[in-house]
Design a protein around this ligand. Structure first.
Ligand SMILES: *Cc1c(COP(=O)(O)O)cnc(C)c1O
Length: 369
């Protein structure tokens, strides 16, 4: 790779994480979540690979992502997790894409279009068990279910909800949501005489408690080898999928007392060697890591000095040597050292989810089979 910044996506690591999920959830189905360009890892490649790994369903946030998947030979069921507007309904029905219905009104609209198309709309009924984002409050589930069952052109495929606090070591509220979900689903079974696919677990929940697995799980971030929260590193061993590299593009000696980068927020205490590295916030590397982050060069770690710029940042390498073109590890391994996404976000109080999805398309991706 001659580029000055690039990512390696290790598909074997995806396979490893997927099989780990499989061993955790037993017979529950697996719906890997590939929204937001597979958390920045490349929607087409990741979805294709997960389908080959044996994923049962594919989960995305928006209908556009689902249509992209259909166009690229994803033939397993696809569920759009987010909500939709009425004008998008034909796209769901024409492309055999399943949706989350989060209100009676959405159900009515779906039913109307499905009648017109002379088919049944495949829906997952969305319950709000405590996140207060989308869905009918689980205390009102009964009327919602009865309404769904009364509509001729609605096929209830699943019932779903989402956790608010699954990544917290305090499981109290997660258990409360699980219990509300469980009870509501029993009501559906009572009226329908059958139980649809129940699913509520994200990565954190499926790791924390088997009670959350139900009939299907929806792991996102853990497929990519990143932990929902850093403390979970002690609970499970994932393999990181993405590594990020940049290059040394300049070398200089900075004399004692000289300031570096915009605002001169860092000054060298003594004469030192500073390299300029070809990655910045324009690539999605957080500016919040100014004077906080570090990189790996030939197995050693060195601090970022001064403000992270749009396209570059400066690294103090002390008395070490470096040459133009040398590879710098931004995320990944070098010798015995490693920098993970969770390591970096902890330095500035960031979110690993946000970090992954902030990576911009300027950094090319290479897939390691
Ligand atoms: C994003 C998302 C997930 C996946 O969450 P992770 O924490 O990445 O595992 C699951 N369900 C819904 C509804 C989501 O929006």
């Amino acid at each position: 790779m001659m580029e000055s910044r690039y990512r390696i996506i290790d598909l074997q690591a995806v396979a490893y994480n997927f099989s780990l999920i499989k061993s955790l959830v037993g017979t529950s189905l697996i719906m890997p979540i590939v929204k937001a360009n597979a958390y920045g890892h490349g929607l087409q490649e990741i979805a294709k690979f997960l389908q080959d790994c044996g994923a049962h369903y594919m989960g995305v946030a928006a209908i556009e992502e689902a249509l992209f998947l259909r166009k690229h030979n994803i033939y397993i069921p696809i569920l759009v997790l987010g909500s939709f507007v009425e004008t998008q309904i034909p796209l769901f029905l024409q492309n055999n894409i399943e949706c989350m219905a989060a209100s009676k009104e959405k159900l009515d609209a779906l039913n109307r279009y499905a009648q017109e198309f002379k088919i049944k709309a495949k829906v997952h009924l969305k319950l709000d068990t405590g996140l207060s984002r989308l869905g009918v409050r689980s205390s009102n589930a009964e009327q919602f279910f009865l309404h769904a069952l009364s509509l001729k052109h609605i096929e209830v495929v699943g019932i779903a909800s989402h956790f608010a606090t699954a990544d917290s070591p305090d499981r109290t509220f997660m258990h409360e949501q699980t219990e509300r979900f469980y009870q509501a689903c029993l009501l559906f079974e009572k009226y329908a005489g059958r139980m649809p696919l129940r699913h509520i677990a994200n990565s954190a929940a499926l790791v924390q408690s088997k009670d959350t697995h139900f009939d299907m799980v929806r792991p996102g971030i853990m497929c990519y080898g990143v932990y929902p929260a850093s403390w979970m590193r002690n609970v499970i061993d994932l393999k990181p999928v993405m590594s990020l590299y940049a290059r040394v593009v300049y070398f200089k000696v900075v004399l004692a007392g000289i300031g570096v980068s915009y605002g001169l927020t860092w000054r060298s205490a003594k004469d030192t060697r500073v390299i300029t590295v070809s990655v910045g916030y324009g690539d999605g590397y957080p500016r919040a890591l100014t004077n906080k982050g570090y990189v790996l060069l030939k197995g050693n770690h060195y601090p970022i000095v001064g403000a992270v710029c749009m396209d570059q940042m400066m690294i103090d390498i002390g008395q070490a040597s470096a040459y133009n073109g040398d590879e710098v590890v931004i995320i990944g391994k070098s010798g015995t050292q490693e920098i993970t996404v969770n390591d970096l976000v902890d330095l500035y109080g960031g979110s690993p989810y946000e970090f992954l999805t902030m990576q911009t398309e300027r950094i090319s991706r290479y897939y390691l089979k």
